[in-house]
Design a protein around this ligand. Structure first.
Ligand code: NAP
Ligand code: BGC
Ligand code: ZN
Length: 354
């Protein structure tokens, strides 16, 4: 079958001819419909995050997938069911407690593989196989946008962690600052604008499609070149919630200075090591004296996927249309990985949904 992946010999994604996957009796065979691309895929392609499956010369990309069950085997699915796979899988021979408790998203990196990212093949192929416990059924009418379930589930988890860190007192957030106007940041803006005043940080000049989308969602664009994160309270307002989706390591510190008393910052970006100077005393004191919290959040579990299925059906359709700038046929896959300010979110299509 055809797959899109990276190899140890060539740079950039390639179209590969790989053996058809053979499902074990407890695995369904899934025909791939669409697979989304995000910043992490670019990091995997560059080699700055994740890694090849052990002993393999190629690595199939893609962790944001939607497909249709082709052969249910001994799972309870029926042929034709639309499913979205979760990302994490147990390391070979080690189905550890995180997986047994359905909390693989809380496993440290050494206790898990990630399909399409770290140590396991992804879903960017004509077919993939998966155990039932890692497949989330979705309504048929969501098939075309099903590749957005995984990224929305990432923010469902991060927001759950952020809210639960504030659950011991009355916390009614009215303002949020989303750092980053990539696809993750913009999806999160779309998730939050119904509930609070939302600001979104970027570093782009107008005209720009991400700024247009931020404003279409009734959020306020903030240019980090004019207003650094720590100065946002002086120019706009202090934020009850900060959601970091830039991978810009200084934001892990400056987020705290943008928070209102009792606020929480959720960190999601995955930066490279970077040493810089900070006023550690100011940072520490502000966290303590203003009861501020910082939570890191990675990946998402089946519960967050199910919440994401509901959420996706509530998000404004015109905003989702503006977010997904390009769906490309798999043999035109290079256009899904182009680096251009005109592109927000892309997906590779294996089977036409028209
Ligand atoms: P992305 O497309 O690379 O988006 C990052 C955005 O942040 C870009 O639009 C970039 O702007 C902007 N940005 C970076 N530094 C900035 C700065 N100093 N000021 C203002 N804007 C800045 O990536 P993504 O897919 O949205 O994901 C966001 C981050 O979260 C990535 O680091 C990714 O690896 C990570 N991630 C984590 C999880 C998790 O489970 N924790 C899940 C998914 C993604 P330009 O485009 O103008 O450069
Ligand atoms: C994926 C997550 C994964 C994380 C870290 C993200 O892009 O959506 O599922 O856990 O990267 O590798
Ligand atoms: Zn991702």
């Amino acid at each position: 079958m055809k797959a899109i992946g990276v190899t140890k010999d060539e740079s950039g994604p390639q179209i590969l001819d790989v053996p058809d996957p053979e499902p074990a009796s407890n695995e369904a065979l899934v025909r791939t419909l669409r697979v989304g691309v995000d910043g992490t895929d670019h990091e995997v392609i560059e080699g700055s995050h994740g890694g090849f499956p052990e002993g393999e010369k190629y690595h199939i990309l893609g962790h944001e997938a939607v497909g249709v069950v082709e052969e249910p085997n001994e799972t309870s699915f029926e042929k034709g069911d639309i499913v979205v796979p979760t990302v994490r899988r147990p390391p070979a021979g080690e189905d550890n407690g995180y997986f047994a408790r359905e909390e693989a998203d809380m496993a440290p990196p050494e206790k898990t593989l990630e399909r399409g990212i770290d140590g396991a093949h992804g879903f960017m192929s004509e077919y993939f196989v998966s155990e039932e416990r890692f497949l989330i059924p979705i309504p048929e009418e969501l098939a075309a946008r099903g590749f957005l379930v995984e990224p929305v589930s990432i923010s469902e988890k991060a927001l759950e962690l952020a809210y639960s860190s504030r659950s011991s007192f009355t916390w009614e957030p009215e303002s949020a600052l989303v750092l980053g106007n990539g696809s993750l940041g913009l999806l999160t803006v779309a998730m939050l604008t119904a509930e609070m005043d939302v600001y979104c940080l970027g570093r782009r000049d107008r005209p720009d499609p991400t700024i247009d989308l931020i404003e279409q969602l009734d959020a306020t664009y903030v240019d980090s070149r004019e207003t650094p994160v720590e100065e946002i309270p002086d120019v706009h307002q202090s934020m009850d919630l900060v959601y970091e989706g830039t991978g810009y390591a200084k934001h892990a510190i400056t987020s705290v200075h943008a928070l209102a008393p009792n606020g929480v910052a959720a960190l999601l970006g995955i930066p490279e090591p970077w040493e810089f100077e900070i006023d550690g005393g100011k940072f520490h004191k502000e966290c303590v004296m203003y009861n501020k919290a910082i939570v890191g959040s990675v990946n998402s579990g089946p519960r967050h996927f199910r919440d994401a299925v509901d959420r996706l059906q509530e998000l404004p359709e015109d905003a989702l249309d503006a977010l997904v700038t390009r769906i490309v046929d798999y043999d035109d896959f290079e256009r899904a990985f182009e680096d251009s300010d005109e592109i927000i979110k892309t997906a590779v299509e294996f089977e036409s949904l028209e």
